[in-house]
Structures are given as C-alpha cells and as structure tokens.
Design a protein around this ligand. Structure first.
Ligand code: PMP
Length: 361
C-alpha cells in the first residue's frame, strides 16, 4: 500500500492533513460561525410538508431554476448579472480554481485569511501567493498587494469581505485599486454579508473581472450547503462548465427555496447576532489581558496574554465550550482564539469560563 501511495499520490497531497472538524457532541458550539438559532416548530412542520412531496427517485433540476429565482428575489442579485450555485461556497472556489488552473498559474489572497483558497488552489495544481495583512488591525497592505499582482500575475484573487478569521472589512478604495490592477478574476467573498451593511454586490458591472461570492451557511442554513456566485454571465457560463452534474441535491434546492420565502426570520436572527456581537465584544474588552478585534462578521477574534491560548482553549473545552484555537497556526495569530457569536446565554457562559480559565492558568 505504501508503495502505491508513494508512487501515485501527488507529494503535495501526501503532505496535507485532511480537513479536521473536532467532535462537538455535548458542547456549546462556538467554533464554526453557525447561526445558533433553531427554526420555530410551526416552520419545521411546514417544511416537512414540502419535503414529503419531493420526487427523490429523480435527479434534481440540473440548474436549480426555482432556487435561482428565489435567490435573485430574496438576495437582491442585480438584474443582468449571472448566478451560479455551488454545494457550499467551497465548491464554487473549486470550480473557479479548476476553470483557470494550468502549470505556473497562481491564486492570490491575503494572510491570515480563509484557508480554503490555498488548499483548493493546491488541489487544482495552482501556486498560492499569500500577502500578509498589516498590523495592528489586519488592514490591507495595498502597496504589497499591488506589487504581488504585478510580479505573480495571478489568475484568481480572493478577498473575504469581511475577512475570516480577523472579522474586519477592508478599505473600499484599496479593494477598488486591487480589482482594477488584477490581471485575472477578482472574487469578493461575502460569506459574512448577513452581519454587515457593506457589499460589492451593487458594484458588479463596474469592472469586467469582478465576481461576488456568497453563502447561506452563516445566515442559518449551514447544513443545507449552498453557496452562490454572481457576476458577468459570459464568465459564469465558462465556470459552469467545471460544475459536476446535479451538484445541488433535491433536498437542498427545495429546502433553501422554502427558507428564502421565510427570509424575514433569518434577517431577524442576523440582527440578534449583530446585537449580541456588540454585547460580547464589550464583555471581552473588559477582561484584563484580553484583546478582542472589532468584527463585522458573526465571530470575534481575540488575542490572549502570550503563551496562554492553547491552555485556555483546553480549559474552555473542559468547561463544555468549543471555540477555534488559532494558536500554533498562522504566525500572526499566535495567542489567538476565534469565538462565534452564540445565543446570549451561550456567550455569557463562554465569557465566564474564559475569565475563570485566565485566573487559573
Ligand atoms: N468563505 C469564507 C470567508 C468562509 O469563512 C467560509 C466558511 N468558513 C466559506 C467561504 C465557506 O462557506 P460554505 O462552504 O459553508 O459556503
């Protein structure tokens, strides 16, 4: 077996670890930027009626026409722009990468940023260029990005807006300069759109190379796996050629269409999360030695006193709370944890456990 693996598995794949998701059973789950609010019972029952009628012996609608229509109406997709659906926005990143991949070509993004740009680029055989963000505050280093664009001529640029895991929005004028200077496609990844008023959706059409990517995961439908890409129709037609047939299954198409007809519920939940984010930020800022970074997303990055993050992470887990430990990963995230905004009582439990852990360790 090891001979087979050694001979045939690409060295860059052998060198990876598979995407790890820690077990969360029985824990307060504040690690994955999910919406913490369940659906009301009446809505669940109505949804079940929809599911009961689905013809699962047939393949799904190949293009998800009804879902596309519901998305256009509910999410304010500008008329004249194309729309492409993915099994989560991760799949859209993969389609984008496969569309442009060729030896010597590159993906560019900023660091620390969303790790899947680099990973999926690697699967597709693309080089990866990560331009460091500037501290304090993880702002865009515009001269460095412009120089990297010039030097590496990337086929694809990803900018998460707001950024994960730092939570901040970047300067709009700097992003405009990057879009204008990029030789290839620029994807503004608006995964955290429900938690900010800022967006490039209405700017589509101003540049021929601009695409906006979104997901329904953070809005409250992470389990259904649906992302969408908006941009020039001719460009999306090309990217669509890399899509696997029937990538959005029957259950997801019907369930998301149903959910979008109840959009007001998700808007309400997103507003609650935004309010709770402010409460949680203030609570964290009041703890001695803890530095929370301002966030426009549904999570907060926090820096702890030097050398404590991993022990605090373990203590939190012992207290029944799962967050994301970023210490030991990216150099600029030493001593950092990332916490997703949960329900008020979950956030209070997290803050209490954090204070207790810091006092003890
Ligand atoms: N983009 C960003 C910036 C993210 O943080 C995430 C999820 N963590 C995604 C894309 C992927 O989202 P999904 O595949 O659930 O749509």
């Amino acid at each position: 077996m090891s001979d087979l693996i050694e001979r045939w598995v690409r060295p860059e794949i052998r060198g990876l670890s598979a995407y790890q998701v820690p077990a969360a059973a029985g824990l307060i789950k504040l690690d994955a930027m999910e919406n913490p609010y369940p659906w009301p019972d009446a809505l669940r029952r109505e949804w079940l009626d929809v599911l009961c009628d689905l013809p699962v012996n047939r393949y799904p609608d190949p293009r998800g026409a009804a879902l596309q229509q519901a998305l256009r109406e509910a999410m304010g997709v500008p008329p004249g722009q194309g729309l492409l659906l993915g099994n989560g926005s991760d799949e859209l990143i993969q389609m984008l990468a496969l569309t442009v991949a060729a030896p010597g070509r590159a993906i560019l993004s900023v660091e620390p940023g969303f790790v899947m740009y680099r990973m999926i680029g690697l699967y597709a055989g693309l080089d990866y260029v990560g331009v460091p963000l500037r501290e304090p505050g993880f702002t865009l280093d515009l001269p460095a990005v412009l120089a990297a664009l010039e030097q590496t001529q990337p086929a694809l640029v990803f900018i998460a807006y707001p950024n994960n895991p730092t939570g901040n929005l970047f300067d709009v004028a700097a992003i405009e300069r990057i879009i204008a200077a990029a030789p290839g496609l620029v994807v503004i990844d608006e995964a955290y759109a429900p938690f900010t008023d800022a967006s490039f959706l209405s700017r589509l059409g101003e540049w021929p190379n601009l695409l906006v990517m979104r997901t329904l995961s953070k809005m409250g439908l992470a389990g259904l796996r649906l992302g969408y890409l908006v941009g020039p129709p001719a460009l999306l037609d090309e990217i669509d050629k890399t899509r696997l047939p029937y990538n959005i299954n029957v259950l997801t198409q019907a369930s998301v269409t149903f959910a979008l007809h109840h959009r007001a519920l998700f808007d309400h939940q997103s507003r609650l999360i935004r309010e709770e984010r402010a409460v949680l930020y203030r609570a964290l800022a009041a703890i001695d030695g803890v530095h929370p970074y301002p966030s426009d997303a549904n999570f907060i990055l926090l820096r702890l006193p030097v050398g404590r993050a991993s022990r605090v992470f373990t203590a939190l887990k012992g207290a029944g709370i799962l967050v994301k430990n970023l210490d030991g990963g990216h150099r600029q995230l030493a001593d950092c944890l990332r916490v997703t905004v949960g329900q008020p009582e979950e956030n209070r439990a997290f803050v209490a456990a954090l204070i207790a852990a810091l006092e003890r360790l």
